[in-house]
Design a protein around this ligand. Structure first.
Ligand code: ASP
Length: 306
């Protein structure tokens, strides 16, 4: 069994900067495993890196809701115990995934939302950041474009933005997942997407594997995409075949587009999508794998800068 970290930086038509971002994130997560950290530490580290990177739709760089505000969703899940934590519609924090982990570790609940999530963040001494520090020029421009009558924010989203996520297996065979997003462009205030919903925006179970998705949240939720893929793995499918089956079902049943990263407890992994692109990277055994377009699969040594 080879420990692995697999990350995605969103599905759609992806700008080049995100290629680099996912490679950095996979390396960062893998370094945590090499340093003796567990799979939960690794996925949180990888996703936190991408939340801090303004080219991704999570943390800094999040899309704006219809009112022009940032409301973020995040989830983590630990395959050893099925413990999970999530936040939805949270504002004014840099790293929602860290807050989701604290929900898992410090409360008896699975998800805290909006003002309640902010109160909890304060009680955990998570620094509040001004909303402006999370908003990029690009996000504001897309928000303005999508205020126009006849705009199609979901289509525009799949063209431009990248939710982030990671799955990992550590040396003990423990799997974990983390997913984080600003949601869908120009969403209604208070909209909760797939990401904070267990089974949709992520799932991890040491007996089966772990999944982190990206794509149209409403479609992902209708088919409980992450748990659906793990169901197929329980029935004997590989991580890759199960991912394709889940995505194909979402496409045929609810016309949903998206992508996933998936692992099994033996360290076999997949990065699959039915959009034009999905930025992904996987670090395992000294090799960094990465790709963006369908069928693309590059490898390099983890230590090589490019
Ligand atoms: N799944 C995210 C959401 O609907 C968006 C994305 O993956 O880009 O909130």
């Amino acid at each position: 069994m080879l420990p692995v970290v697999v990350v995605h930086g969103g599905a759609g038509v992806i700008p080049e900067e995100r290629r680099e971002g996912v490679r950095l994130a996979a390396r960062a997560g893998y370094a945590v495993l090499q340093g003796g950290g567990g799979s939960m530490d690794a996925v949180v580290e990888a996703v936190t890196q991408m939340e801090d990177n303004p080219f991704f739709n999570a943390g800094r760089g999040s899309v704006l809701n219809v009112a022009g505000d940032v409301e973020m969703d995040a989830i983590v899940m630990d395959g050893k115990t099925l413990a999970s934590g999530a936040v939805s519609c949270v504002r004014n924090i840099a790293n929602p995934t860290r807050l989701a982990r604290l929900v898992m570790e410090k409360t008896s609940h699975l998800c805290l939302t909006a003002g309640g999530a902010s109160l909890f963040a304060r009680s955990m001494r998570i620094p509040e950041v001004p909303q402006e520090s999370l908003i990029t020029e690009y996000a504001r421009m897309c928000w303005k474009e999508n205020l126009a009558p006849g705009a199609n924010p979901v289509e525009s989203q799949l063209g431009k933005f990248g939710t982030v996520g990671a799955v990992a297996v550590d040396g003990g065979g423990n799997v974990a997942c983390a997913t984080s997003t600003g949601g869908i462009l120009n969403k209604m205030e208070g909209r909760v997407g797939d990401v904070s919903c267990i089974g949709s925006g992520g799932y991890a179970d040491n007996a089966i594997g772990a999944v982190s998705p990206t794509g149209h949240g409403e479609a992902i939720m209708k088919v409980c995409l992450s748990r659906l893929i793990l169901f197929h793995m329980e029935q004997g499918q590989s991580a890759e075949a199960a991912s394709d089956l889940g995505l194909a079902y979402m496409a045929s049943r609810v016309a949903g587009l998206g992508g996933v990263v998936t692992v099994d407890p033996q360290g076999r992994w997949a990065a699959r999508f039915n959009t034009k692109h999905m930025a992904w990277a996987a670090a395992q055994g000294g090799t960094l794998h990465h790709g963006l377009e369908a069928g693309e699969h590059f490898t390099q040594r983890i230590g090589d800068p490019r």
